[in-house]
Ligand binder design. Sequence first.
Ligand code: FAD
Length: 468
Amino acid sequence: MEHYDAAVIGFGTAGRALGAALADAGQKVAVVERSDAMFGGACVNNACIPTKALVQSARLSAAEGGSIIQQEQRYEAAVERMDRMRAKARERNYRSLADRDTVSIVMGHASFSGPRQLVVAADGGKRRISADRMFIDSGSVPRLPSIPGIDSPRVYVSSSLIEVRTLPRQLIIVGGGFVGLEFASMYADFGAQVTVLQHGPSVLEDEDEQTSSAVRASLEERDIEIICNAEVERIDDEHDRVLVHARINGQDGERDAGTRRELLLPAHAVLIAIGRTPNTDDLNLEAAGIARSEHGGIVVDEHLRTSAPNVWAMGDCTGGMQFTYVAYDDFRIVRDDVLGDGARTTENRGAIPRCTFVHPPFARIGMTAREAHDAGFSVRTATLPSKSISQASILQEETGLMKAVVDARSDLVLGMDLFCEDAQELVNLVKIVMDARMPATALRDAVFTHPSMTEAFNNLFAALGDPS
Ligand SMILES: Cc1cc2nc3c(=O)[nH]c(=O)nc-3n(C[C@H](O)[C@H](O)[C@H](O)COP(=O)(O)OP(=O)(O)OC[C@H]3O[C@@H](n4cnc5c(N)ncnc54)[C@H](O)[C@@H]3O)c2cc1C
């Protein structure tokens, strides 16, 4: 049995950062990773960075236009550019641990064999590892529906679809959430004919109705077909494509699909994007007394301590919000608990912004008007269409809107929807305002650069009228 001061399962966002911090504090650390294509985790290798590189290439491709052959060539070039970017990022991540004297990178699949004891299985056999402290950063895996044909080679998840070297001319996306719509927007920009099949009555189901309708309308204007209340029943392989069989439920579905109750849709590729679950099934957590929730997430307290002493969990595997910056903040919380004063917790990290990179991007923070109302706030809202913002006109992207949700009693900003150019940046400013508990009038009255998207906050918050 090899013994370490600390062992980390997973070379992802949180695991890499923590491994480095512990080594810098003089500890002997083992970081266990099962794939040499995953140094740096999902963000670097098959999620945030590669997909956003493709989104950017897709936008440029759409702006250039041209024949489908030219679009296909640009898609191939975009995938190669993505490959180069992530290869560099992976190497940088690898080196950031490999170059530290007290870090051992242990390749193989880790599972618990007892309290703070691991078995790491690799082609070369098994290694047994124990440590004074253990940290789990095992990420998440895509959820797959159990329908006939799901194992077709033309059915993909996000990480496998971006490996496809030729543009799928007809793409069906099952799932109308953040990932599904981001891919719909991107592949449509590359020139694919895209259909989104959404199980529920609307896309972006948890979002504000006005904003999600605006996002949907903008995608439909770009010829992306969106069919709600659709249930995929079967996928059949056919020569060079598949046939997706779906059933339409309820009247909303009829509105989307005309009079059709049964759909038969051909496609070169099908993307399943119905959500992700914590990757905890094969860790043998029971052997170490580590509890899981009913949804599979590792149960943690506000310091990210698990139910077993001296074992922490970070990132997607806890079943919390699935974002790289949340995983990174989880690292900061654990570092603070282990090496600092434990002051930083999941309770005091403030509002968490998020963004889906359709275009314009759609970012959101805090509560929707409905959520705020249900939580007992006296809610005031203001909406500003992008077409009334000079900078949006300059950027030739007048689609979209900004919507603010404010507490009438305290004048605090409770939430914000930003479906507009630069939304992924603007939302971070709103986070600071919310965390600092600044009043909405601060955004109404601040002096901002012109022309800019930020200056639109003056008009948006002025539309609320004076606080009562
Ligand atoms: C298509 C897509 C786009 C996304 N875009 C964004 C975005 O734009 N912005 C954003 O913030 N978030 C985005 N996300 C989410 C983000 O990628 C994740 O939330 C983040 O990468 C999670 O990091 P993590 O540290 O929890 O785990 P990961 O980065 O997934 O790391 C887990 C690591 O553990 C390894 N591992 C797992 N089990 C074992 C085991 N038993 N033994 C050894 N090793 C193991 C894995 O191989 C992996 O390297 C996106 C996700 C997807 C799917």
